[in-house]
Ligand binder design. Sequence first.
Ligand code: GRF
Length: 203
Amino acid sequence: MSVRKKTAILISGNGSNMAALVAAAQAPDYPAEIALVICNVPGAGGIARAQSLGVPVKVISHKEFDSRENFDAAVDAALRDAQIELICEAGFMRIHSAWFAERWEGQILNIHPSLLPAFPGIRVHEQVLAAGENESGCTVHFLTPELDSGPIVLQAKVPVLPGDTKETLAARVQIEEHKIYPEALKLVASGNVSLKDGKAIFV
Ligand code: GRF
């Protein structure tokens, strides 16, 4: 049996992508095991969700640290304690210090609810609707120090429909997120995609 990559998921909220990754990793041939969930928001819905799925959860509140660097150092220590090899950020609402992103380069993925490079940042669905787009989607990318701009691993598209609100559009996008994130982690954990010289290389 091949060795599965020890993976952590970083969340701040609901954890629906986390749950999708945990579900996928239950397949015996999946190349990653979800060994740890870290949440920076005490009481976030994703904490109980991870516990109910039987995944170890660590709550590290950013509010207890006096700087971004010190918070990232605590997250980094928890990841190293658990011998984590890959990280999936799934609705993790903190920007990392550059050293953290550099230290984990090639081993850290993020999911964003737009077709990057379009609509980086926050309030994505509002922006997509305001711009009158007829298509949106989601992107899994390698995390780099520049926000929402790392090399893309996978994307999925959805239509923007007449009468859409940010909630209906978000729900349609999330259905696709829950498919592409497990697929993207599988590609990276199996070595079929890797980051080299700032590019996502597919073998
Ligand atoms: C997702 O839409 C993701 O793209 C964005 O934050 C949301 C997290 O949702 N980065 P959940 O916590 O996984 O339900």
